[in-house]
Design a protein around this ligand. Structure first.
Ligand code: ADP
Length: 671
């Protein structure tokens, strides 16, 4: 596990200035828990071992005490036996004990302890005893005869030499392991042979008798000779484990026996083992948790690093953005403003961040509007649709802006505020205004062009009604001068003159209305009335070019919604184009058919001519401004028409036919 990534990289200046111990500190900080954990584990293991050693020591001390106690018992017992036999021997020697009473004494002696299996009086060395008393429980065993004669001889020889009781080396016979005690008993009266009292003890029985049951339950007890050969063994509870052992010599005259005890107890280590296991498990968990902690910290540090990169990246994005970015909390307080927004409003970031409404860039007369908007945004009712308003710079200069608000959420998805993008639309607004003005100028130019074209026709057309009026009035004057003319005739002539005057007036008024620059006035317009109103002008041009005009209007057409003067301009443009297109055609083909019908809820007006048609290659261009194929044309007519129709929410297009063109004007229904 590398620790280099964990501490933040020191800056060059800091690392140069920092003293050496400080540079070590990050390393120590991360390794300290491991060192402390290691020390703790070491101390715990040491204590566990110490307690284990102590426990072993106590058990061993106990064994030593118990073994010494057993040794003492065995030794006392054998010494007492020796003393008792010696007493008998001395009575024999002094003659206080008659040979006849010897057997009874020997029986008493035999009954003293179960370990004695035979006692005999030998005369002149080993061989057949002069008298032998055997343990009745060991009947059938000729204990004395089974003892190797060398053993008896050695004991007797030693006893004779010392003139005192002497034990033999331990031996193994057919009935088991034993030891022989020899006591000189003086000379036999009469024969003068050397008498010797000999007792045979079973070492197994000795162990059975003298080792307490409680001790035997926990230990294997053996008696061996100096060469280490085991002669007798008592292991009631099984073999010793060799963990706790002790040996003590049995100090008997003439014999060297070794008492060895070997506990069946196993090592006292189960507690220690459990503790050791616990310590190992603890160590494992300690290091595992440290490792987990380290990995977690490493992950966190890496995440922090990524977060810092992300923040730097986002800040760079915010700084380089050309649109203004501003964040607000749920109280409307500014929490972030990017450089573009600061430049826009002419205030430094410090003056904006932390500022609550009213804002320094609000225009005084629009305060209520801003407040409403802030309330809407903060209460979550505002839509994310763009919102247009005006801000002012620090120097008081105002500028139009479009604002897009979006909710700002934290990592848990909880809304913590609003993020807004603010676009300064000054240039767009100026461009829009320029375009509008240009459009208006073009419209006026178009109207004037149309008017110029029509002026001559108009003069000619007005001549006709004026001429008619003049002749009707002259006729009326004549009738009046005659004096007897019926009143009805004069009235009829005057009525006709009046009708012609009205027609002339209508032509003039329409042209005037058409040419006058007006704001669109929307209203429900009956299509038949619209066509009627254009009719005078259409007829004027048609008559000049020798074109027949037909108008068909479907019954009960719904009204359309729009400005009648502009719509008339569209229809007149279309009819004029149709008439122009038929200029080069034979006179019988010159026909202009105007019809109006329903198209779903909409109204469709079709202007159909039988003229030259529109070449396929030009189909795309006819609606472009300044596109014309006419010598005296301006090429603005259709372009303006389309703008007007689109302004009314309608559509304008055409169909190329084999023998002419059909212009379709679709208008939405009136409201
Ligand atoms: P202008 O009439 O001044 O030329 P317009 O925009 O009204 O400008 O028309 C542009 C061009 O479209 C015309 O010059 C003509 O070539 C073509 N055009 C318009 N209407 C028709 C029509 N009904 N038949 C044939 N060509 C037409």
């Amino acid at each position: 596990m590398s620790t280099e990534a964990i501490p933040p990289p020191p800056t060059a200046a800091a690392s140069a200035a920092a003293p050496a111990p400080l540079r070590l500190w990050p390393l120590m900080r991360w390794w300290m828990p491991v060192v402390i954990g290691g020390l703790l584990l070491g101390a715990t293991s040491f204590l566990v071992n110490l307690s284990s050693i102590q426990e072993r020591g106590e058990a061993h001390d106990q064994l030593v005490t118990d073994t010494q106690w057993v040794r003492q018992s065995l030794q006392f017992q054998l010494e007492r036996e020796a003393e008792a036999l010696e007493l008998i021997a001395s009575d024999l020697r002094t003659g206080a004990l008659a040979p006849a009473g010897l057997e009874a004494r020997l029986r008493v002696f035999l009954r003293r302890g179960r370990e004695t299996i035979s006692v005999a009086l030998l005369e002149d060395g080993p061989g057949a005893p002069a008298l032998e008393v055997r343990d009745p429980s060991a009947s059938g065993i000729d204990a004395l005869a089974a003892v190797p004669s060398s053993i008896i001889e050695a004991a007797m020889e030693r006893a004779a030499r010392q003139g005192d009781a002497a034990f033999s080396k331990p031996f193994s016979a057919s009935w088991g392991a034993g030891i022989v005690l020899g006591v000189p008993a003086g000379l036999a009266p009469g024969s003068g042979a050397n008498r010797m009292l000999v007792a045979v003890f079973s070492l197994e029985r000795l162990l059975e008798e003298m080792v307490p049951w409680t001790f035997a339950q926990g230990h294997e007890v053996t008696i061996s000779d100096v060469t280490g050969t085991v002669h007798a063994r008592r292991n009631a509870a099984g073999a010793g484990r060799g963990i706790y052992t002790y040996q003590a010599p049995l100090d008997l005259p003439g014999a060297a026996l070794i008492l060895r005890t070997n506990s069946v107890k196993g090592p006292p280590d189960w507690i220690a083992n459990v503790l050791r296991g616990g310590v190992i498990a603890l160590a494992f968990f300690l290091f595992w948790s440290l490792w987990a902690l380290w990995s977690d910290v490493r992950r966190r540090v890496a995440a922090e690093h990524r977060l810092r990169d992300e923040v730097a990246f986002r800040r760079a994005m915010g700084d380089s953005a050309v649109i203004g970015l501003r964040a607000r909390d749920l109280d409307g307080r500014v929490t972030f403003a990017n450089p573009a927004f600061c430049r826009m409003v002419g205030l430094p970031e410090e003056a904006l961040v932390g500022h609550a409404p009213p804002m320094p860039y609000w225009v005084p007369e629009r305060m209520d509007e801003y407040r409403d908007r802030v309330d809407q945004v903060l209460s979550g009712q505002a839509t994310t649709a763009p919102y247009e308003t005006v801000f002012q710079r620090a120097d008081g200069q105002r500028f139009p802006v479009v604002i897009y608000d979006a909710p700002l959420r934290d990592a848990d998805g909880r809304q913590v505020g609003w993020m807004s993008s603010i676009i300064d639309v000054t240039e767009e607004k100026q461009a829009e205004e320029r375009e509008r003005q240009q459009h208006e100028r073009l419209q006026t130019a178009a109207r004037l062009t149309t008017m110029g074209e029509m002026a001559s026709s108009l003069a000619h057309e007005l001549n006709q009604p004026l001429g008619a009026i003049t002749s009707y009035l002259a006729g009326s004057l004549n009738l009046l001068q005659k004096g007897d003319a019926p009143k009805e005739e004069i009235a009829a002539a005057l009525a006709k003159a009046s009708a012609q005057a009205q027609r002339a007036g209508q032509v003039i008024r329409r042209v005037h209305e058409f040419v006058r620059k007006q704001e669109p006035k929307r209203m429900p317009v009956e299509v038949s009335a619209l066509l009627d109103d254009c009719r005078a002008l259409i007829d004027l041009q048609a008559r000049r070019d020798g074109v027949r005009v037909t108008v068909e209007v479907e019954a009960d057409l719904p009204p359309v919604y729009g400005d009648p003067v502009l719509l008339q301009q569209v229809i007149l443009n279309l009819t004029r184009n149709g008439i122009d297109a038929m200029a080069g055609c034979p006179p019988e083909r010159r026909r202009l058919a105007i019809s109006a019908s329903r198209l779903g809820a909409w109204v469709l007006i079709v202007v159909r001519d039988f003229g030259s048609g529109i070449d396929e290659s030009l189909a795309e261009q006819v609606f472009s401004p300044f596109f014309t194929t006419k010598a005296e044309g301006m090429g603005m007519g259709l372009s303006i028409c389309r703008s007007i129709v689109e302004l009314h929410g309608g559509r304008l297009n055409f169909r190329r036919l084999a023998d002419g063109t059909e212009f379709h004007l679709q208008l939405p229904p009136g409201q």
